[in-house]
Every structure is written in structure tokens, then in C-alpha cells.
Design a protein around this ligand. Structure first.
Ligand SMILES: Nc1ncnc2c1ncn2[C@@H]1O[C@H](COP(=O)(O)OP(=O)(O)OP(=O)(O)O)[C@@H](O)[C@H]1O
Length: 234
């Protein structure tokens, strides 16, 4: 089943249009990556799903229900979780408190949910009493993902999860994302680390100047000569 369908989307900020006629879909078991040059509108596409941009035209459907024009909380209640690129946790709260905050929108946190997330991210289990702000960048990024998973979303939106991480931590981060997807959560991710991301994901979209430029299986895009030369450094 299709969890997210964006069709002919025009969106931007105030009067400024950034996206033109953007189409994207994510099936409920898929891992999809958006790549493209700086300023292409990748984050804007993701933020549009959450009602954080100015909607202009087109449609956005979540689990078959139209969400364009809905406020962010209403979208989140419909099965979306989002990890922004920065400011994605509460630095002075502990790891455990941050995770519980992730479930803030739920009327009640399912009993085994916290345990499940702690087991999935051993580093968080080890450091549950530590203040989030004192952890390394990679650990903080794991915590932000763990918090986003507390609501057991149908789709997880990740904005540049590897930003600022050392190369070995990038692979570790991508391993975690593979696991999350394998456990049944659809993933839509924006990544600067385009080659690594396309190697891992099922499908990818290349956005350029706010428009769809290429799309295909991750492997197809990786081996497409034009995509390689224009966006992947040859
Ligand atoms: N809140 C905002 N208000 C006005 N313009 C914005 C806002 N956020 C982003 N923009 C502009 O929208 C355009 C697309 O930005 P966006 O962040 O979506 O690009 P991106 O593809 O994610 O690039 P990057 O990799 O640099 O983050 C840019 O020109 C940016 O300056």
C-alpha cells in the first residue's frame, strides 16, 4: 500500500515558490531517498508533508487521506514522524526523558515501547540517564531517531541524518536506518551523502531547482551516467 503520495505539488514560503509540480511516492515498506544540489528544495519537499511550508497546488496523501493544508500535529497523528536536521532533541534532558518526550503526542505511551527503542539502540540504553547535550553528534542523531520512533510511525522522515558525522558513524547510521525499515517503517530521507544513500535505499528522486529531474531504483540512479556526472561527482 502507498503510505505517501505527492502529486503535482507547488509549495514554498509565503509568496516565494520553491517546488514546481513535484511528484513522489513511498510504499509502506519502502526506503526512499531524495538527493540533489544545495537549495534544490529537498527539505522543502519533506517539510511540505508536515504542513510547514506554504501550500500552493497539487496533492499530498497519507495512507489514502489528503493532508494538504492540515496543521503539523494533525499530520503527525496520521502516522508521520520527522527528524529535522538540527535542534531535534532537548539537550538538558536525559536520554530517557527525550525518548518519552517523543511520545508526547500519544494519550498514553505503550508500556513496552520505551524498552523496545532502548533495545534497538544499545547506546541509548547504556546512556539513558545521561543528558542528551553531553553526547557525541552520532549518539545525538541516534537519540533523535529513537525519539521519532516512539510513536511507531508508518513513515519516518529524516532530513540529512548523516550531517556532521565521521565516515564510520555514517555507515553505522545507515545501518540503523536499514534496520528501522526492515522492521516495517517506511523511510523518506534527504541526504547530501548521495552515493552512500542511493546504495542503501530502494528508490531515489533527484530534485533540481524545485522540480523532479530523475527518479529510479537506487542502483539505477547510481549507474546512470548523466546522474553520476551531474550529481554524484562522476
Ligand atoms: N523558511 C524559509 N523561508 C524562505 N525561503 C526558504 C526557507 N527555507 C528554505 N528556503 C529557500 O528554499 C530553497 C530550497 O531550500 P531547501 O532547504 O529545501 O533546499 P535543499 O535542497 O534541502 O538544500 P540543502 O541541501 O542546502 O539543505 C532555498 O533557496 C532556500 O533558501
Amino acid at each position: 500500500m502507498t503510505v505517501l503520495e505527492i502529486e503535482g505539488l507547488d509549495a514554498g514560503y509565503g509568496d516565494l515558490q520553491i517546488l514546481s509540480n513535484v511528484d513522489m511516492t513511498v510504499e509502506d515498506d519502502e526506503y526512499v531517498t531524495i538527493v540533489g544540489p544545495n537549495g534544490a528544495g529537498k527539505s522543502t519537499a519533506m517539510k511540505s508533508v508536515l504542513g510547514l511550508t506554504t501550500y500552493m497546488d497539487g496533492s499530498i496523501t497519507l495512507n489514502g487521506e489528503s493532508v494538504e493544508g492540515m496543521d503539523t500535529n494533525a499530520v503527525i497523528e496520521r502516522g508521520v514522524s520527522y527528524v529535522p536536521q538540527s535542534d531535534n532533541l532537548f539537550p538538558s534532558m536525559t536520554v530517557r526523558e527525550n525518548l518519552l518526550m517523543g511520545a508526547f503526542s500519544l494519550p498514553e505511551v505503550p508500556e513496552d515501547r520505551l524498552e523496545e527503542i532502548l533495545n534497538r539502540f544499545p547506546i541509548l540504553k547504556e546512556r539513558q540517564r545521561q543528558r542528551a547535550g553531553t553526547m557525541s553528534g552520532g549518539q545525538q542523531q541516534m537519540l533523535a531517531m529513537g525519539s521519532a520512533l516512539m510513536v511507531d510511525p508508518d513513515i519516518l522522515l529524516l532530513d540529512e541524518p548523516s550531517a556532521g558525522l565521521a565516515p564510520d558513524l555514517v555507515e553505522d547510521m545507515f545501518d540503523r536506518i536499514d534496520e528501522i525499515n526492515a522492521a516495517g517503517t517506511a523511510v523518506l530521507m534527504v541526504e547530501q551523502n548521495a552515493k552512500k544513500a542511493l546504495r542503501r535505499c530502494d528508490r531515489g528522486y533527484v530534485l533540481v531547482n524545485g522540480e523532479n529531474a530523475y527518479e529510479g531504483l537506487g542502483d539505477e540512479l547510481l549507474h546512470d551516467q548523466e546522474v553520476r556526472e551531474r550529481f554524484l561527482g562522476g
